[in-house]
Design a protein around this ligand. Structure first.
Ligand code: HMG
Ligand code: MG
Length: 296
């Protein structure tokens, strides 16, 4: 059967805005985060403490955290290394996310490290974060395909994902960074993680809608028992170091489907739509989400 309740992990302010060419003022970002929280999204990833030259869109991470105040400390932030952790700790962050790659090429392009070297960067970062009482999420990118390497073997994804999780994460988010995954592949990947000893409540799915498969993939994952799904308000974003990555699964599309299935999310759909329409005004382009279009 299907779960009664699903947790939506909102990534719009981070994964969404990191890939927009428009520079969004920090106070607009803060308002975006506040509106998403007010719409009932239980987790809103706010920003990244990565190198500002690598992702200039999020160079204002410290200012944003200061503007958000206490509410911001419960918002997860991306941290690639100890320098990023130091910056996040200084601002009182309590939830961080590391982000590994399932492939060699993307590890080089996104982290300036080899596949193996990435673990040496994450290991002390996670250890120090855990010692400081922080919660750590681990992302793994390119779980279904990679723009340079093509198809990525399930065993390779499980090996990298398990290794990242075992550093001390509480959740592993499986990213279809370029949106090439299909439903049968999703089922096979989740089953392979299960065979490697991971429980479905330790996994989250992170789909992109590049090929229009994000909801079908979500539906397949729901049947495997997974109850956490990443989504981005209005379908914003992609990844600046993966050219063929277009929008993340839109939060509105996800909520619409789950509502139809009678699955609780606690999210007010219209409030998210209104927020995405407002943000689209700041970005100067309409949301690619069909649900946003239909409800606005
Ligand atoms: P590097 O150049 O190898 O860094 O970059 P380094 O360790 O050699 O350090 C070089 C200099 O950068 C040093 O300064 C460091 O202090 C500084 P110097 O001593 O020369 O003056 N530095 C930093 N400054 C600020 N904040 C930091 C930081 N780290 C080093 N955190 C690095 C390595 C990992 C930093 C770089 O490659 C980077 O920032 N990469 C991040 C790229 C990124 O954010 N990509 C997008 C997110 S991943 C994603 O989108 C996928 C996901 O969404 C899932 C999906 O969609 O599938 C999660
Ligand atoms: Mg993404």
């Amino acid at each position: 059967g299907l779960p009664d309740r699903v947790t939506i992990y909102e990534v719009g302010p981070r994964d969404g805005l990191q890939n927009e060419s428009a520079l969004v003022p920090t106070d607009v970002k803060a308002e975006f985060v506040r509106r998403l929280l007010a719409a009932g999204l239980p987790i809103v990833e706010a920003t990244s403490f990565v190198h500002p030259k690598w992702v200039p869109q999020l160079a204002d991470a410290a200012e944003l955290m200061e503007l958000l105040g206490p509410a911001g400390r419960d918002c997860p932030v991306l941290v690639p290394n100890e320098r990023g952790l130091d910056r996040a700790l200084e601002l009182g962050a309590r939830h961080i996310a590391i982000f590994g790659s399932a492939t060699e090429t993307f590890a080089q392009k996104n982290l300036n490290r080899s596949l193996d070297e990435q673990f040496a960067m994450f290991e002390p970062t996670v250890r120090r974060a855990r010692d400081a009482g922080l919660d750590v999420r681990a992302y793994v990118s390119m779980c279904f395909g990679d723009p340079w390497e093509g198809g990525v073997p399930v065993d390779q994804v499980v090996a990298v994902g398990k290794r990242l999780f075992d550093l001390g994460a509480s959740q592993l988010s499986l990213g279809d960074t370029i949106g090439v995954g299909t439903a049968g592949h999703v089922t096979a990947l989740v089953q392979a993680f299960g065979a490697a000893g991971m429980a479905t409540d330790q996994l989250a799915m992170h789909f992109h809608d590049t090929y229009g498969q994000a909801l079908a993939n979500t539906y397949a994952a729901l049947h495997t028992g997974i109850t956490t799904y990443d989504a981005s308000a209005g379908g914003l974003g992609g990844c600046p170091y993966a050219k063929s990555a277009t929008g993340n699964l839109a939060t509105e599309d996800l909520v619409w489907m789950l509502r139809g299935l009678g699955i609780e999310t606690g999210v007010d759909l219209q409030q998210v739509v209104d927020t995405s329409v407002w943000m689209a005004g700041h970005l100067g382009r309409p949301s690619p989400s069909a649900v946003v279009r239909a409800l606005s």
